[in-house]
Every structure is written in structure tokens, then in C-alpha cells.
Design a protein around this ligand. Structure first.
Ligand code: NAD
Ligand code: DAU
Length: 365
């Protein structure tokens, strides 16, 4: 990339010297969904990079949230964990009263497309109404920035035979699953709160993440866990669907840049120019783990399955100097190493309630 670390560091310095945006005392950030995959990685990134900030994680600890993930920071005096639901107005308002946050980063969501096909209701409740409660709290108590973590899935999908097409921030919203429809609804509500009430919002729409603490129901960790247990690797349809994979740390760095330097009222796409078919991903995992490709099993396709996602990250690159730093070849090695070294984390998950989910989704498929 053309932006070195020192260039980015300089940008931050310029920013700190010139902005009057934050209050003098330390910055308080509420991170919702911080016990999940990306939220926890974001908490670690921020505590590590800004030793003066106070990070408050608000998480309901649904099936996808894991308190053990946050174990390494539980004793950090700059960190606080609060178990609460973003739909619980009373609990959210109470937390705002106590902490007077400067910034809210809303990761909390139901995030799995297959679960949204099985049961859409909770997706609408958490992803839309929960977002509303968080923004109402911001209006009531005041906020310097509300950031909504959204997804490239709000743009629908692209055809496989048009590799020249990419999602830009101008691409129309065109959703496929109850999950993506709920995320798009939330985005529209966020923009409405900006226009109608002047709430200082930003939105980021990121492509598929991978890395440590990724819940084993998702493609990459599911395939790693199954391969390690010599279980079949269930590829939906023909495995030709394309996703644009981004190492989770790069996503966290992009959000860090947006909440500090992004323009209020704007949407930023985040993605890696790293398109791969599902089948290629699974083959790479087999190769890295020394497992035979004969484990691959083609199963019934996902309903309404999006063909291809591909982000054009020009805007965030030009405005904020962001570029993905981790190449897929390195990121997948790091990820696999993490799953090998942290077996207890995911074995605990897959030995519990997850077994019922797996049974429902994959048996007789
Ligand atoms: P995840 O499912 O791993 O984690 C979600 C977290 O939110 C969990 O800790 C869960 O306990 C918490 N949560 C769920 N409902 C809640 C509620 N009602 N109140 C409080 N907490 C609640 O999800 P993830 O993959 O880390 O995704 C985080 C965000 O990023 C989501 O908004 C998702 O839409 C978005 N996103 C994800 C990806 C990806 O590839 N995983 C890509 C782009 C955008
Ligand atoms: O693009 C961003 C989105 O990426 C996020 O908004 C979502 O929260 C996140 O879950 C992810 O959605 P996907 O549906 O792309 O991810 P998933 O890991 O579920 O699936 C990736 C691809 O792999 C998809 O084409 C379906 C396929 N797949 C998935 C599973 C779990 C399989 O072939 N077999 C499987 O067992």
C-alpha cells in the first residue's frame, strides 16, 4: 500500500493537535456487542492503542457472545463490562447516565444469515429496534459520535459474470435475507436520525471478516473446526459464491479511523479487494491443516443465496488513508494458528447448545 504506518501516525497527530471535537478529559466509548467476534477484536485494538480511553462493553451475551473472550481485559482499569440488552431502554439509559459516553460504536446484532432464514423476528428486534434505543439514548444524553457497524450485504449481490462491478456507497440498497434487510433498515434509521434530529452519525459497511474469536457457525471457523475433527465440510450449492474477505484487525482499524476522522452523516465501505470462492477457501483450509479434500461435501444451497460481494473501498482510502494491511495468505495462517492454540475456546462452544443448531441446519441437508 502507499500509506505507511508512520503516515497514519502523523495523520493522528495532526488530528489530535487540531480537533476540538472531544472533551478535555478522557474519551469514553460504549461498544455494544463487544463480547462477539468483531466487537471483542475492536475492544482489544482500542485498549491497546489508546491507553487513555475508557472502553465500556455493553453486551447481552446471547449465544454469540462470550465473556471468556474478554477475560484478558476484565482487570484492565480502563475497561468495564455491562451485561445488558440494547433493546432494554431502561438499562441503556442508566448506563448513559453513569458513563456519559463521547462515542457509541454499535456492533450488537444478530449476525448469522442462516439463522435469520430460520427465524427472522429476533433480527428485526435486535438489529432495528435495538439500534433505535441506542440512538434515542444518544439524543437524550448527548453524544459526539454514534457509529453504526453495518455490512456490505445491504447492497444485495453482484453477478459472477461481471467482475468489473463493485459496491460503492452509491450502490442502491437491495437486500436478500431477513438479516440483510434488518441491517439495511437500521442504516436507513441511522441516516434518518441524522437528518431529522441532527444526530452525529457515521456508518461503515464492511465485507466478510475472518480472524480470532470468529463464532464457529460461520464459514471459515466452521470449516477449521470440522476439518480438525475429520468431519464433513458442508459447502452450500456448488461453492462458487464469492466473498471479499478482510482480516478482522483491518476492519477494527478502519472503524478507529472513521470514529476519529470520518465525516458526520457519511457512509464508508470497507473491504479488501480479496475475492474468493467458498470452495477455494475450504480447499485452502484443508491444505493448511493437512486434511484431504475428500472431506468436502456439497449440501443444499442457502435460500436466496447471494452470489458475489465485492467492495470498492476508494472513499475510505482517499478520505482517511485506510488500506487493508493483512494479505489473505498471512491472515488465514494466523487465524488457523489461533484456532489450534485456542481449542478450548471453540470446543466449549461446539460442545454445548451449538450441537442442536448444527443438527437442525446440517443433518439431512
Ligand atoms: P457476532 O454474532 O459474533 O457478535 C454479536 C454480539 O452482539 C454478541 O456478543 C452478542 O452477545 C451481542 N448481541 C446480540 N444481540 C444483542 C442485544 N440485543 N443486546 C446486546 N448485545 C447483543 O457478530 P460479529 O460477526 O462480530 O458482527 C458484529 C457486527 O458487525 C454486526 O452488527 C454485523 O452485522 C456486522 N458485520 C459483520 C461482518 C462479519 O463478517 N462478521 C461483516 C460486516 C459487518
Ligand atoms: O458480508 C458481510 C457478512 O458476512 C456479515 O454481514 C455477516 O454478519 C457475516 O455472517 C457474513 O455473512 P455470510 O453469509 O457471507 O457469511 P457465512 O460465513 O455464513 O457464509 C460465507 C459463505 O459460505 C456464504 O456464501 C455461505 C457459505 N457457507 C457457509 C456456511 C456456514 C457454506 O458453504 N457452508 C457453511 O456451512
Amino acid at each position: 500500500g502507499c500509506f505507511s504506518q508512520s503516515f497514519l501516525a502523523k495523520r493522528y497527530k495532526i488530528y489530535y493537535n487540531t480537533q476540538t471535537y472531544f472533551k478535555e478529559d478522557r474519551i469514553m466509548i460504549i461498544v455494544t456487542g463487544g463480547a462477539g467476534f468483531i466487537g471483542s477484536n475492536f475492544v482489544f485494538h482500542m485498549l491497546n492503542k489508546y491507553p487513555d480511553y475508557r472502553m465500556i462493553c455493553l453486551d447481552a451475551l446471547t449465544y454469540a457472545g462470550n465473556l471468556s473472550t474478554l477475560e484478558p481485559v476484565m482487570d484492565n482499569p480502563n475497561f468495564r463490562f455491562v451485561k445488558a440488552d440494547i433493546r432494554d431502554r431502561e438499562a441503556v439509559y442508566k448506563l448513559f447516565e453513569e458513563e456519559k459516553p463521547d462515542i457509541v460504536v454499535n456492533f450488537a446484532a444478530e449476525s448469522h444469515v442462516d439463522r435469520s432464514i430460520e427465524n427472522p423476528s429476533i433480527f428485526l428486534e435486535t438489529n432495528i429496534l435495538g439500534t433505535q434505543v441506542m440512538m434515542d439514548a444518544c439524543r437524550k444524553y448527548g453524544i459526539k459520535r454514534y457509529h453504526q457497524v453495518s455490512t456490505d450485504e445491504v447492497y444485495g449481490d453482484l453477478p459472477l459474470d461481471r467482475p468489473d462491478l463493485f459496491f460503492t456507497e452509491e450502490t442502491p440498497i437491495h437486500t436478500s435475507s431477513p438479516y440483510s434487510a434488518s441491517k439495511a433498515s437500521a442504516d436507513l434509521l441511522v441516516l434518518a436520525y441524522h437528518r431529522t434530529f441532527g444526530l452525529p452519525v457515521t456508518i461503515s459497511r464492511c465485507s466478510n471478516n475472518y480472524g480470532p474469536y470468529h463464532f464457529p457457525e460461520k464459514l471459515i471457523p466452521l470449516m477449521i473446526a470440522n476439518a480438525l475433527n475429520d468431519k464433513p465440510l458442508p459447502v452450500y450449492g456448488t461453492g462458487e459464491n464469492v466473498r471479499d474477505w478482510l482480516y478482522v484487525e483491518d476492519h477494527c482499524k478502519a472503524i478507529d479511523l472513521i470514529i476519529h476522522n470520518g465525516r458526520v452523516g457519511e457512509v464508508y465501505n470497507i473491504g479488501g479487494h480479496n475475492e474468493m470462492t467458498n470452495l477455494d477457501i475450504v480447499k485452502i483450509i484443508c491444505k493448511e491443516l493437512g486434511k484431504p479434500e475428500s472431506l468436502i461435501t456439497f449440501v443444499a444451497d442457502r435460500k436466496g443465496h447471494d452470489m458475489r460481494y465485492a467492495i470498492d473501498p476508494t472513499k475510505i482510502h482517499n478520505e482517511l488513508g485506510w488500506l487493508p494491511e493483512t494479505k489473505f495468505a498471512d491472515g488465514i495462517k494466523k487465524t488457523i494458528k489461533w484456532y489450534l492454540e485456542n481449542k478450548e475456546w471453540w470446543e466449549t462452544i461446539i460442545s454445548g447448545e451449538y450441537q442442536n443448531y448444527y443438527e437442525r441446519m446440517y443433518s439431512n441437508r
